[in-house]
Design a protein around this ligand. Structure first.
Ligand code: MN
Length: 365
């Protein structure tokens, strides 16, 4: 038998592997489609508005990070701004180098949620138009989530409809609290009505803690990704669970990043304490049933086999999707983590792409 490159690769892992290698992918293992689902971009108008906002004395826990990113030129901030604004060459080159077939893009946190309602509504539309244009330029490489302004709930519902039906986008992105309010407040109902009617999953992405909880996080700069983002977004998820929202909208799907923002680890105790309470709203299902039926989690920024193993056992493999958190975390680390983690191939395929194709209605190839 003649041992050329194709024969060797084919013997090692099947014909699909050979075709992947022939496309020039850097990673020779695991012939699977890789869809990364929490990948950030920005538009110049958003960064300019964040720069103006963080030049003021506004008291908000998101201000220090965005003041640093928009007002300083360091190797980190110049790279982050450049990579957020790029939806073409550099981003796709990094995807190619790491075997990433597709990024599901979303406007970087805090989206438009710190801006005046009229300004936020206009900027959300602009961001969604630019996103649709980027997807049109690279239809096999990008999908995207709709930016909305929750501070204008009726307009947000309209934008969800425009994004799903006219722009062909794949779901909705909301960056946790909006002016210190959470989505279980009655005023946000139009957003869930639209999402439920259009089968649009809502990705709840972190931002820094709301005003009432932020102060103790600030001393050691804990308000960002090290702890504050997860504490804020985990609280948001638990509020939605116990609010009765999923009795009202049984088909609603919420997506949480960062391996579920801590909630999976707490499910037993949340169930126990919810069952023991006479003061909270009665629910049609237990909190953990709601979490398994109505939520999905992603691995964004949490490349830890032990945490993935726990979530696979606690939630089942159907509701876990792979993500990088580009450009804030590195693509090689996220790809190598999932390439190498000890998970059966059928399940790994679901996490790398099958679940994202189903949940975000992404065309299979
Ligand atoms: Mn992120």
């Amino acid at each position: 038998m003649k041992l050329d490159r194709r024969t060797v690769l084919g013997a090692a892992g099947g014909a699909v592997l050979a075709s992947v290698a022939e496309r020039g992918k850097a990673s020779p293992v695991t012939p699977m489609r890789r869809i990364a689902v929490e990948e950030a971009f920005a538009i110049p108008e958003q960064l300019a508005a964040l720069k103006a906002l963080t030049a003021t004395n506004l008291q908000d826990a998101d201000v220090p990070f965005w003041r640093m990113v928009t007002h300083n030129d360091t190797p980190f901030t110049t790279r982050i701004r450049r990579q957020l604004l790029d939806l073409d060459e550099e981003r796709i080159a990094i995807m190619d180098a790491n075997g990433v077939d597709m990024q599901v893009l979303s406007l970087t946190s805090p989206g438009v949620q710190m801006f005046r309602p009229d300004e936020a509504v206009a900027m959300a539309r602009l961001a969604n138009d630019r996103l649709a244009q980027a997807i049109a330029r690279h239809p096999d490489r990008f999908a995207g989530l709709i930016t909305i302004a929750p501070q204008a709930p009726a307009e947000a519902a309209k934008e969800i409809e425009r994004g799903m039906t006219r722009l062909g986008l794949n779901g909705v992105m909301i960056n946790s609290h909006t002016f210190n309010e959470y989505l279980d407040e009655e005023k946000f109902l139009p957003i869930f009505e639209a999402s439920s009617a259009l089968n649009a999953p809502i990705y709840i992405h972190p931002r820094a803690p709301s005003a009432g909880m932020a102060e103790p996080f600030m001393k050691h700069n804990l308000e960002t990704a090290i702890w504050g983002y997860g504490a804020e977004t985990g609280l948001h998820g638990v509020r939605l669970i116990v609010s009765g929202l999923f009795d009202r909208f049984p088909n609603l799907r919420i997506v949480l990043g960062h391996m579920g923002e801590g909630i999976p680890f707490w499910l037993w105790r949340i169930d126990y304490m919810h069952g023991a309470s006479a003061t909270r709203k009665k629910l049609g299902k237990t909190p953990s049933e709601i979490f398994k039926d109505n939520f999905a989690i992603t691995t964004s920024g949490m490349n830890w086999p032990l945490a993935l193993d726990f979530c696979r056992q606690a939630l089942g493999p159907d509701n876990i999707m792979w993500a990088i958190d580009y450009p804030y975390q590195d693509s090689p680390g996220a790809t190598q983590f999932m390439n190498n983690v000890a998970v059966p191939d059928a399940e790994k395929r679901m996490i790398f792409s099958g679940n994202a194709e189903r949940i975000f209605s992404i065309r299979t190839r």
